[in-house]
Design a protein. Sequence first.
Length: 417
Amino acid sequence: MSFDDQRNRINALICTNFYLRLGSSQIGGVERLSLILISTLRKKGCRFFNAFRTTDDNSKDDELDEHYFLESERIKITDRLSCDELAGFLTRNNINVIHIQQAETRDFLLYREAAERVGAVVIATMHKKPFEDLFTFERSYIIRELYNSRFSKKIGILKKLFLSSIIRRKRLDQIYMKTLNTISLCHRIVILSQNYIPGYASLLQKDMSSSDTDCIFSIIPNCVSFSNYFPEIHIPRLKQKEILVVGRLDDTSRRISILINMWSELSKSFPDWTLRILGDGPSAARYKKSAASAPSIKIEGRQDPESYYRTASIYVNLSITDDAWSMSLLEAMQYALIPVVFNTSESYSDIIEHEQSGFILEDMSVTALKHTLQKLMNDEKLRHTVARNSLARSKMFSQLTYCYRYHNLYVQTHKES
């Protein structure tokens, strides 16, 4: 479907929690992806508008910058905003697609009712796994949380531990109702991986045949964060003996201590290697204390990781968070890093070809992680081969492909409505 076909012109309202201001790409993955979509498709003739709940920098309504949106191209969603007011905004701007990237649960009905009045369609992207943060109510997680928390928080966590089954059931009901509400009020739902469909079938207690699934879901994986790719020819020259970790330093969910604790042994066999950790969080001080006796561990704090991606060789992610799609994983592969991850996300198999473009460890043990790292650290030829494959794999998730798929979805959904 051509971008340039006059019949396919799209005026889309992108709905986010935060106003998409200059610099919003640094807030989080949703904001970055939204701006990639907007910037690319505007060049192809699409018009975009922003519905938002608040600002991330506490700017007042009359102080908002107009880098991406003029005042007439944005609308603030409040509890007092009426359907008539939103429908009026849609009508004035000839908006035919409402794309919900983020929204309060109660706002979905407002968007749907306004869309019905003007003949627009509502599309929602599910940026989380089917069961979202349910893993945080499992006893094993709460016990780790208890161990890693400050004393002042331990009483509350102990209460959570004792009531975990009740709280988990309540949270599951909330997730069920939110998902059901989203699906019932949207014309189309975008999920990031085909592998999440069984999870939705289980959550909704529904047998999703292929025909039913095709009517509900569209599969559009997230794209790479950067417009340029690392030049393959520079892999042998620029890649250093360095392992990189990027993310929030919270050992309850990220488990970076596993890598730090094994590093004393690894560094004896590989003294010319460095472990570099970027990020900040509640476990930062603990990590720095553990790493104090190991000069080959560098904890840099929160940094723009792009320059570090250029020289590092291996990317390690031991996270068990509810991220449906790891943006930093795809960023690392875009810069020819070799990903090594525990198999905690259904989307990893979409991104990584095991033992070809990276490593997905089914055996989530210290031994399996150590063995994989030793194999890579000991074999430069293997590293270069897997790095090239990792880089090539990341090109499947280009920004242009991502935007083209959304454009097709906008047009198709609007024509079908």
